[in-house]
Design a protein around this ligand. Structure first.
Ligand SMILES: Cc1cc2nc3c(=O)[nH]c(=O)nc-3n(C[C@H](O)[C@H](O)[C@H](O)COP(=O)(O)O)c2cc1C
Length: 204
């Protein structure tokens, strides 16, 4: 991965990319170019992080390994259903992951599994690391939008947390997955709260 990749001229400015980005849930049956995935992952590594600790690791799943990944995801969902969990729209998410040519799993190597007890110190450290990882994920989504590549940020992988982490050979904290591919839909923007609803100013 080289800096040459990040230096390629953007096609839209950052604010346009933030506004144009959508969660894409229908992908064309077409692989994403290797160099485009490299650019997306390079963008991730350019994110800010607490004390520049860069608490992220990425595992890219593509092509012939997708069906195994989705099998494990579905097994996890079935197990949670048998335990009477509300599994929401996770089956739909699994079908999207099956269709997307690439899914990137994002891990926090400094984090522990969510079901283990955490000290207050660890909880604060987790807050710092999760923000850093979130910035890296958002960078990936914006870089993808810039190149006309669709993306879906996924936390439904938590229904198969243990199975997927073991399959990927990771023993640290799984934060999310992101599916990528060329979009086969152009969804309308999802509604947003007005700025005045979510902002409170203190001082003049
Ligand atoms: C942390 C996070 C987790 C998400 N998990 C899922 C998911 O598991 N499945 C899914 O279909 N969408 C998922 N989404 C996408 C959201 O549903 C979507 O961002 C939201 O509805 C707003 O739509 P937009 O992204 O098109 O603006 C997730 C988004 C975030 C930020």
């Amino acid at each position: 991965m080289t800096d040459r990749i990040i230096e390629r001229r953007p096609t839209v400015n950052t604010f346009e990319a933030m506004t144009a980005r959508r969660s894409i849930r229908k992908f064309r049956d077409e692989p994403v170019l290797e160099e485009d995935m490299e650019r997306i992952l390079t963008a991730a590594t350019r994110a800010p992080s607490g004390k520049n600790s860069q608490p992220w690791r990425f595992v890219v799943v593509k092509g012939d390994r997708r069906s195994e990944m989705v099998g494990i995801m579905r097994a996890g969902i079935e197990e949670k259903k048998s335990m009477e969990w509300d599994t929401g729209s996770s089956e739909w998410t699994a079908a999207i992951m099956e269709q997307a040519p690439v899914t990137v799993f994002v891990f926090n190597p400094e984090g522990t599994h969510p079901w283990l007890a955490h000290s207050i110190d660890q909880n604060f450290q987790d807050l710092v690391n999760i923000q850093s990882v979130g910035a890296a994920i958002q960078n990936m989504l914006l870089a993808a939008t810039d190149m006309g590549i669709g993306s879906l940020w996924i936390c439904d992988v938590f229904y198969a947390y243990e199975g997927l982490a073991a399959w990927l050979g990771e023993d640290c904290q799984m934060v999310a997955a992101v599916s990528f591919g060329y979009p086969a839909e152009s969804p309308e923007a999802s509604p947003r709260k007005r700025v005045s609803e979510v902002v409170r100013t203190v001082g003049s």
